[in-house]
Design a protein around this ligand. Structure first.
Ligand code: FAD
Length: 606
C-alpha cells in the first residue's frame, strides 16, 4: 500500500504550509529522507524529506498550493503500484480560515514598531533530530512476549516504561545495573543535587548571623553528607520500583542486547540468558563519563563524576577540568566544603552553551567565592605525584603546572552503544550516537532510541520527554516532534543558572530582529530578603512580533524560576503577555516580569 506524504506539523501553532517548490517529479525513484518539496509557513521555511523509499506515484498539490497540516500531499509506493487508496485531496486552505493561535502572532506587539514585512528564515524545527513528517508507527505482525521491551532504566527508560504501562502496553524494562534509575538517579541529577543542598545549607548557616540567627561556626560531617545523599538516592530507586509495580512494568535485571528487530537477549549476572520478543524495542542505554587520553582516570587521584560521588572525603585542593554544568556544580560544592578549587575550561567562557552575559556573571560570582577560573586553557598532561596529582595546563603560549589532591575530569559524556546489538538491525552510529527521526525511530521503524544515546542534549528531562513521545507514537497517539528550542537547561551551582530558548547571539544568528531586557536581582525586594541580591533575568524577544525567544536567569532559585519561561515559550507568549501577567509580591518571580517590562523600556523597579 502506498505511503502517504503529509504536510508536516512544523510547530504547535502552525496549521498550514504553502508548497513553494517540488524537488522531484511523478515517476522518480526517491530514497527515505530525500527532500521531496519545499514549504513556507508563518514561521518556518523547510525542505520536507520523504517518509519512505519508493516511486513517487502521485503529487496531489502543486507548487503554490497552501495545504493544511496532516493533509496528504503525495503518495509513494512500489514501481507499477496504483495510487488511489489514500483519501481524496482536500481543497487548498482559504486565507481567511487561519486558526486563532496563528493569527495571534500577527497582532501588533504592545509597542508597535512599524517596519518592512520581512519573513524570518529560521531552521525548520529542532536542530537535532531534524523535523520529519510524523508517519504512523510500524505495526509488526506476529505473536510477541511483549508490546515493548526497553533496554535501560534511566529517566528515559523508566519513564517510557511507566507511560507504556499507562497506555495499556505489555512492557518490560531491562537494566544491567543492580538498581533501576540510571545515571540520573544513581550517579547524576539526584546525588549531585543532594550534595549541592548540603553545600547550600552550610553556606546559609555561615551567614545565619546576617539574619539575626546565632548558630556558631557550622561544621561539616562529610560521612553524614554522603549518608543523606545515599538516603535520597535509595528513596528515589524505591519510588521507581513502586511506579513499575503500579503501572505493570516488568523490571528485568541483566544486560540487554538486540537480537534482530523484534527480540532482546538478556544476560543475567549469573550468565544465564533469555530471549524476549517484542513488537517494539526502545534503546535507552544512556551515557557514561567521557575519557580523555591525557588524563586517564585511576579512580583515586584522577577521577570522573562517578568516582567523586562515592568519595566521602573533602580534598584539600581540586582541579576541575571542564566548566560545563557537571564541572561547575562540583567546583561549587567543593568550594563550599572548603577545598581550594581551580576550574579549567578549554573554551573562552564557563558554561559555554549559555548566553554570553550569563557566563560572564557566573564567572564573576565563582571568582568572588574564591574559585580560581581558567578559561581558554587546555590540559597538556596529568600525572600522579606523591599523594596528589600534577597537572600541566596551557593558556595561549603560557604553560602552568599545578599540584592538587584531586583532578576531576568533567569533559562530557559518551553514548553507550557497545554490545547493544545495533548490528543485528543494520543501524550504524553517527558521531557515536544512534540516529533517529523526529519520532525517535531508528532506520528500523519498530526500534526507537531516546535519551543520552541519541544526539540531543544530555539532560534527564529531555530523555523523559523523548521516551514519552516515542511510546505515544508506538501506541498510535497523535504526537508532535519535540522542539529542542523549548527545553530548559539548568546548572545548580551557586549562583544557579536556568535558561530556555535562544541566547541573544543565537537569536541574531537565526535572523531575528532582537530586543533584550534585563532586571538585576539587586533591585528585587525578595532577593534582598533572602540575602541573595546578585545576578539577573535577561529576556530575548523578537522585535516584530514581540515573541519571547529566550529567557536566561542567573541568581537565586534560577532553576525553579525558569519554569514560567518554559510555559511562555511553549505558548509562544509575547513579552507583553509576560509583563501583564500579575506576579505575586514579594517573589523572585517578579524579576521575570520586570525583565519583560525592561525589554519594552519600562521596568518599574529599576
Ligand atoms: P542513563 O540515565 O544513562 O540510563 C541508562 C541506563 O541504561 C543505565 O542504568 C545503564 O546501566 C543502562 N544500560 C546501558 N546499557 C545497557 C544494556 N546493554 N542492558 C541493560 N541496561 C543497560 N541532567 C539533568 O537534566 N539535570 C541534572 O541536574 C543533571 N545532573 C547531572 C549530574 C551528573 C554528575 C551527571 C553525570 C549527569 C547529570 N545529568 C543531569 C544528565 C542526566 O543524568 C542524563 O542526561 C540522563 O540520565 C540520561 O538519561 P538516559 O535514560 O538516556 O540514560
Amino acid at each position: 500500500m502506498a505511503t502517504e506524504v503529509v504536510m508536516p506539523q512544523m510547530g504547535e501553532s502552525i496549521a498550514e504550509g504553502t508548497i513553494t517548490k517540488w524537488l522531484v517529479e511523478v515517476g522518480d525513484q526517491v530514497e527515505r529522507d530525500q527532500p521531496l518539496f519545499e514549504i513556507s509557513t508563518d514561521k518556518v521555511d523547510a525542505e520536507i524529506p520523504s517518509p519512505a523509499a519508493g516511486v513517487l506515484l502521485e503529487i496531489r498539490h502543486k507548487a503554490g498550493d497552501t495545504v493544511q497540516v496532516q493533509n496528504v500531499v503525495a503518495l509513494i509506493g512500489a514501481e507499477g503500484e496504483k495510487a488511489g487508496e489514500a483519501p481524496p485531496a482536500p481543497a487548498p486552505v482559504d486565507e481567511g480560515e487561519r486558526p486563532e493561535k496563528a493569527a495571534k502572532a500577527e497582532k501588533p506587539a504592545a509597542e508597535p514598531e512599524p517596519k518592512e514585512e520581512k519573513k524570518e528564515k529560521v531552521p525548520a524545527a529542532p536542530p537535532a533530530p531534524k523535523a520529519t513528517p510524523v508517519a504512523k508507527p510500524a505495526q509488526p505482525e506476529g505473536e510477541f512476549d511483549y508490546d515493548l521491551v526497553i533496554i535501560g532504566s534511566g529517566p528515559g527508560g523508566y519513564v517510557g516504561g511507566i507511560r507504556a504501562g499507562q497506555l495499556g502496553l505489555k512492557v518490560a524494562c531491562v537494566e544491567r545495573d543492580e538498581r533501576f534509575g540510571g545515571t540520573c538517579t544513581l550517579r547524576g541529577c539526584i546525588p549531585t543535587k543532594a550534595l549541592l543542598h548540603s553545600a547550600e545549607v552550610l553556606d546559609e548557616a555561615r551567614h545565619a548571623g546576617d539574619f539575626g540567627v546565632g548558630l556558631g561556626e557550622p561544621t561539616l560531617d562529610i560521612e553524614k553528607v554522603h549518608a543523606y545523599k545515599r538516603g535520597v538516592v535509595d528513596k528515589s530507586v524505591k519510588g521507581i520500583e513502586f511506579l513499575f509495580k503500579k503501572n505493570k512494568v516488568e523490571g528485568i535485571k541483566g544486560h540487554g542486547r538486540l537480537a534482530g528487530p523484534n527480540a532482546v537477549e538478556v544476560t543475567a549476572a549469573d550468565g544465564s540468558t533469555r530471549k524476549l520478543t517484542a513488537r517494539f524495542v526502545m534503546i535507552a542505554t544512556g551515557s557514561v563519563p567521557r575519557e580523555i587520553p591525557v588524563a586517564k582516570c585511576d579512580g583515586e587521584r584522577i577521577v570522573n563524576s562517578d568516582h567523586v560521588l562515592e568519595m566521602a572525603r573533602v580534598p584539600k585542593s581540586i582541579v576541575v577540568l571542564g566548566a560545563g554544568a557537571v564541572g561547575a556544580e562540583f567546583a561549587s560544592v567543593y568550594r563550599s566544603f572548603g577545598s581550594e578549587v581551580t576550574l579549567v575550561e578549554m573554551l573562552p567562557r564557563v558554561l559555554p552553551i549559555e548566553d554570553e552575559e550569563i557566563s560572564k556573571e557566573v564567572e564573576r560570582q565563582l571568582k568572588k567565592r574564591g574559585i580560581k577560573v581558567m578559561t581558554g586553557t587546555t590540559l597538556k598532561s596529568a600525572e600522579r605525584a606523591g599523594d596528589g596529582v600534577k597537572v600541566t595546563l596551557q593558556q595561549k603560549n603560557m604553560e602552568a603546572t599545578l599540584e592538587a589532591e584531586l583532578l576531576l575530569v568533567a569533559v562530557g559524556r559518551a553514548p553507550v552503544t557497545e554490545d547493544v546489538g545495533l548490528d543485528t538491525i543494520g543501524v550504524e552510529t553517527e558521531k557515536g550516537y544512534v540516529p533517529v527521526n523526529g519520532t525517535m525511530q531508528t532506520r528500523t521503524p519498530n526500534v526507537y532510541a531516546i535519551g543520552d544515546v541519541v544526539n540531543t542534549p544530555w539532560l534527564a528531562h529531555i530523555a523523559s520527554a523523548e521516551a514519552i513521545l516515542a511510546v505515544e507514537h508506538m501506541a498510535g497517539l497523535d504526537v508532535t516532534p519535540l522542539d529542542y528550542d523549548q527545553t530548559p537547561s539548568c546548572t545548580y551551582c551557586d549562583p544557579e543558572v536556568g535558561s530556555v530558548g535562544l541566547s541573544e547571539a543565537k537569536a541574531k544568528e537565526r535572523g531575528y530582529d532582537v530586543v533584550t531586557g534585563k532586571f538585576q536581582f539587586s533591585a528585587s525586594g525578595k532577593a534582598r530578603i533572602v540575602g541573595k541580591p546578585s545576578g539577573f533575568v535577561k529576556i530575548v524577544r523578537d522585535k516584530k512580533y514581540d515573541e519571547v525567544l529566550g529567557v536566561h536567569i542567573v541568581g537565586p532559585h534560577a532553576t525553579d524560576l525558569i519554569a514560567e519561561a518554559c510555559v511562555a515559550l511553549r505558548l509562544e507568549a509575547t513579552a507583553e503577555e509576560l509583563f501583564r501577567t500579575i506576579h505575586a509580591h514579594p517573589t523572585l518571580a517578579e524579576a521575570v516580569m520586570e525583565a519583560a517590562h525592561a525589554s519594552h523600556g519600562s521596568p518599574i523597579h529599576s
